[in-house]
Ligand binder design. Sequence first.
Ligand SMILES: Cc1cc2nc3c(=O)[nH]c(=O)nc-3n(C[C@H](O)[C@H](O)[C@H](O)COP(=O)(O)O)c2cc1C
Length: 166
Amino acid sequence: MEKKAAEFKSCLKPAPDVLISCRDKEGKNNALAVEYACNCSFDPPMVMVGIVPSRYSYHMIKETGVFVVNLVPEELREQYAYLGSRSGRDEDKLAKLGMNVGDGTKVNAPLLLDCPVNIECTIVDSIKTGSHEMFVGKVEYVHANEDIVDEKGNVDYSKIDLLKFR
Ligand SMILES: Cc1cc2nc3c(=O)[nH]c(=O)nc-3n(C[C@H](O)[C@H](O)[C@H](O)COP(=O)(O)O)c2cc1C
């Protein structure tokens, strides 16, 4: 059977399931589920995340120029589904879920403390593709729970039961 290329949506799999947290100019925090996420530079370390302009988080990320990528454990599946289907436009999702939030060390954006790894990023570039705007984030600081960090200070990702949402 032949299918048109245009029918192959999000065809790279598996996709990571991360939570992007952000803060607006007034200090309001929000987070959304994102699967358009990848490493995009080894040196200096950079990551890239794709946000659809209609998301409430989009204007927050545009106006502050920073975001945090939070790696999500399987145990946060319900919270992930909520943050990926409800909008911060209508409610304070993080408060509703009772999620623990901290402040970034280098960037003015919230850390999701229930996640074992939080990657603070400053936007250095972006490109509007089709549906998404891809934000290139320079990695400014990485927080990781002590129990997943080895003696050399490296994160042992095998110790995280990462969410595979779909
Ligand atoms: C598994 C999953 C992956 C998602 N991936 C993305 C994504 O890569 N980019 C995006 O903009 N929205 C993505 N979404 C949708 C947003 O998380 C969702 O629209 C969210 O409600 C937006 O929240 P906000 O309006 O508070 O910003 C995804 C949702 C789910 C459930």
